[in-house]
Structure formats: structure tokens, C-alpha cells
Design a binder for this molecule. Structure first.
Ligand SMILES: O=C(O)CCC(=O)C(=O)O
Ligand SMILES: [Fe+2]
Length: 278
């Protein structure tokens, strides 16, 4: 993996202070990888977390699961459900808040969408095996706002979701499947409630600590979790002028990001959706 630098100037000379005008991004991918990402809509990143760093994330997610066990039980009871999906993770544990500026993902996000980006959300998905009720997801995509016909000035919603796996993906836990190039299909959507393979799908597996970055509108599904618990985080970014994820209800009132924002620098505020553009 070769790094390269991108220097951005945001063309806004009317802005009195210089914050957010110049950005030097040390991109943790090479230009060919970004080109492939743009075309295929997905990019595999091995070993984003290893050793202690990986274990801290697992422990934090296990703690959260324990705290929210009532919701978890409801999720487990559902036949063929998605599993347990805790949300607003950065409000719930410092370990997650530390991912706000996680460069191996954020630098690639900035290379693809420019410097002015924000967190759309950090959530998790924990899936469990079970004979008649193993967890999996149907085909879906994340930014379901595209009208047909497409107006000339429609703002196409770009979003990068970092699917970060805390357990190995394999036949026991279930790989993730994607349809390369489908993020560019603005005139159709994936078949509803469909769990079967579709034309062009590609199964992707990574080791624990690895990630698959996807464009938010890439068609994807998680295959069944057959015989071992599977933990995943979704670290998601959009341009900073888009609203955050509508899922998971209101933000916790006394969440960690609230006090963090009081001391936060320009960049951190922008990443959490406060200001950052004019
Ligand atoms: O668990 C996965 O591999 C993907 C899950 C997913 O697509 C989602 O939670 O939106
Ligand atoms: Fe998804």
C-alpha cells in the first residue's frame, strides 16, 4: 500500500479565518486503488486493527451489548433478522469516539469526497448463529433517496461506509457480498427481501480487524451467520452538508460527543456535523 498526499484548497476566499480552507491529506491508499474504488464501489482494507487495538474494540462492543442486552434479546428472537444493531456508538464509549479521525479510513474518504466530510454515524451489527433463525441481511443499499426520472441538478448522495469486521469472515460467520459497479445504478434498486445470490455478486471475506469500504449505494448483503458470533462496525461518512443517519432514534441526551464538542477543534466539530461550510 503506497500512500500519497493530496493538497486541497476549498475555494472560499470570502471566509475570514483560514480554518478548513487548506487541507493536506496523507491518503492511505495509492491512486490506482482509489480509481478501482471509484469504479467498483468497494475497497478491501486488511489489518486496520490488530492486537490490542482490535481487542479494545471488541471489549467495548461486548460491554455495550451487555448494557443493552434487552434490545439484544429482542433482536435474537427475530427469525432471520439482521441481528442486534446498536447505534450512536461514539456517544457510548471513548473507545469508539477515538475512531472519529481514524486516518486509514478518513484519509480515503477525503480522497474520494473532498475534505469537508462528516460522520453519518457509527453503528454496529452483531449477528448470532441459530438453526432456524440465523442472522443475515437481504440485498440493500444505504442512501435510498434517488428519484426516477433523474432531474438535471439532482444531488447524487455520496457516502462511504467502512464495514469493519471484529471477527474473521468465513463460512461460520458469513462473508459479505457486493455487486461491483452497482453504486452507479441510479435507475433501479436491489430486489426487495431477497436473500438469494444475484447476478454479478461477489463474496468478500476479510480477517478480523480488516474492513471493506463501500459506497453507500453499493448493493450488498451479509450472508448467514451459521455457527459463530460475528461482530461488525459501520463507520460512515458523507459530505458535511448532508444530514446524519436517520436510524436509531435521537442521539443520547448526555452522550460523550456532547461534552467532547465543547472542547473540539474545527475539524472534529465538522466531523460531528457542526458547521464546517459556508
Ligand atoms: O454485516 C455485514 O457484513 C454488512 C451489514 C450491513 O450491510 C448493514 O448493517 O447495513
Ligand atoms: Fe448495509
Amino acid at each position: 500500500m503506497n500512500r500519497h498526499k493530496i493538497r486541497y484548497e476549498v475555494l472560499n476566499s470570502r471566509k475570514q479565518d483560514e480554518s478548513g480552507r487548506y487541507w493536506e491529506v496523507d491518503v492511505q491508499a495509492n491512486p490506482e486503488e482509489l480509481q478501482t474504488f471509484a469504479e467498483s464501489g468497494y475497497l478491501v482494507r486488511e489489518s486496520l486493527f490488530q492486537g490490542d487495538a482490535l481487542q479494545r474494540l471488541r471489549d467495548a462492543l461486548d460491554r455495550l451489548e451487555e448494557n443493552e442486552w434487552k434490545n439484544r434479546d429482542m433482536a435474537i428472537a427475530g427469525k432471520r433478522g439482521w441481528g442486534f444493531i446498536p447505534r450512536h456508538l461514539m456517544d457510548k464509549d471513548e473507545v469508539f469516539l477515538e475512531l472519529l479521525k481514524f486516518q486509514p479510513v478518513l484519509s480515503i474518504v477525503r480522497a474520494m469526497m473532498g475534505p469537508l466530510v462528516r460522520l453519518r454515524g457509527l453503528s454496529a451489527r452483531i449477528s448470532y448463529p441459530g438453526d432456524d433463525r440465523c442472522h443475515q441481511t437481504p440485498w440493500h443499499r444505504h442512501m435510498r433517496v434517488v428519484p426516477n426520472p433523474l432531474p438535471p441538478w439532482f444531488s447524487r448522495p455520496h457516502c462511504i461506509d467502512g464495514l469493519i469486521y471484529l471477527d474473521d469472515l468465513n463460512v461460520d460467520t458469513g462473508p459479505v457480498a457486493v455487486v461491483p459497479g452497482s453504486h452507479n445504478w441510479l435507475d433501479r434498486e436491489p430486489p426487495l427481501d431477497t436473500y438469494e445470490p444475484i447476478e454479478g455478486e461477489l463474496e468478500v471475506s476479510v480477517k478480523a480487524g480488516g474492513g471493506v469500504l463501500i459506497h453507500g449505494n453499493l448493493w450488498h448483503r451479509a450472508l448467514p451467520t451459521l455457527s459463530a458470533k460475528r461482530r461488525m462496525l459501520i463507520l460512515s461518512y458523507t459530505p458535511t452538508w448532508l444530514r446524519k443517519s436517520p436510524h436509531g432514534g435521537p442521539q443520547p441526551e448526555d452522550g460523550l460527543t456532547k461534552s467532547f464538542l465543547e472542547e473540539a477543534d474545527f475539524e472534529a466539530q465538522m466531523l460531528l456535523g457542526v458547521g464546517g461550510y459556508s
